[in-house]
Each structure stands twice: as C-alpha cells, then as structure tokens.
Design a protein. Sequence first.
Length: 256
Amino acid sequence: MIHPTAIVHPDALIGTDVEIGPYAVIGGHVKIGRGTRIGPSAVIDGWTEIGEDNQIFHLSSVGAVPQDLKYRGEQTRLKIGNGNIIREFATIHLGTVTGDGETTIGNNNLFMAYCHVAHDCHIGNHVIMANGSTLAGHIWVEDHARLGGLSAVHQFVRIGAHVMVGGGAMVGQDVPPYTIAAGDRATLHGLNLVGLKRSGFSDKVVSDLKKAYKILIRSGLLVEEALSRIKKEIPQSPEVAHFVEFVEKSERGICR
C-alpha cells in the first residue's frame, strides 16, 4: 500500500490499510491511523498524529513548522481526528510554545484546495473551509461552521457553531454561533437560517435564536444589557445558552 517512490521515515508509525502515494514524504515523528490515504507528493512532517480514514490529497502539506518567527524548533504538535478530507495544496501547521503547543482538528471536516490552518488553531467537527480560506494563528472554529472561499480570519478570533462566513470575508472579531458574517470588515447579516434548517433545528429554537439576535444586535443596548435581557426574556435552551455564553466570553468583541 506504500508506493515504492514514497519516502517514509523508518520511525514513522503507519497503521493497517494505509495508502501512501508516489513521491509522498512521511517524517519520523508522524503517526497515521488505519485506512488513511495519502496522495502523491503530499508531505506529512513534524510531531503529527493523524487518525483513521482520512483522505489527504496530492501536494498538501500537513505538520510543517509554524510561520511564526518566534518558533525555534520546539516539540509542538498537530493532532487530526478521523474522517477528514484535506484537498490539494492545503497547509496545516504545528502549534507553538507561545500558544497552546498544538494545533487540533476534530472529525469529518473538509478542507478544500489551498486552505491554510495556522499554528495553535482548534477546529471542531463537520467544519467546511472552501477554496483559499485562511485561518491565522490561535483561532477556534466550532462545529458545523462554514467558511466561504477566499475568506480570512484574524488571529485569536473565534467562529461559533453553525456559522456561515461569506466568500471573501475579512473577519476581525468573533462571530457568534448560528449567524452569517460577510464583508470587509465582516459584519453580521442575520441568522444562518438555511444552515439551521439543514441541521434539523426546531422552529421553536430558531424563533428563540431570532429573538436573541435581535436583542443583541438591533436593540441598541450595550452587550451586557442585551445579554441580561436575553436571559430574562427568552427560554434558555442549550442553543440560546450557548449563544449567550459565547458572547460573554468574547475577548476581541463580536462582529456587529
């Protein structure tokens, strides 16, 4: 299952049923779980742990050193879960000691061609990054988020669950869960109603999220006042509670 032209370090740990294509390069600290497929000329390096049944396409770079001038070769990590698809020319980097020490990716995510995930990013499950979308360092992306093509996210920003970031958006502040953000600089454009419907959210939950959104964004209240009103007036379902908690914990401020 390993092409004779591939270069696989003898210390690399390769699971059963792993396919490694022509001219791929696998470093000595790499672990690859069973059923994962590595395409031609892909490079997997660094202290990188890859789970099961992932597809890593040709000419992608996974586990390269961070693009951080402070990095001095420390033993930092990249951890990737199961069932992810990493398309051609995508780049995903190790963490840094000045960050969390690792970059983490969950399960069943899709990284389209030319995506970039920088050091110390943390990506949940079922996330889609369209072609050319870019994450700077120290970014958190929650489950089921969608990043449109050629969008870019500033370092330390958080992207909430079920968010839709429009193509070409420049995101400089946190994007609350369940919303749409677009533009340069990105602003909010209501709830991600199509995404919520596709994900099976009930009409009651969507209605409550609409009310919470209107209070936070359109009431003219200060953030603290708006959150207090949401807590008093809207039933605190898990979704509404997460919406409130996300905004409460925002350090960069939210897109408005």
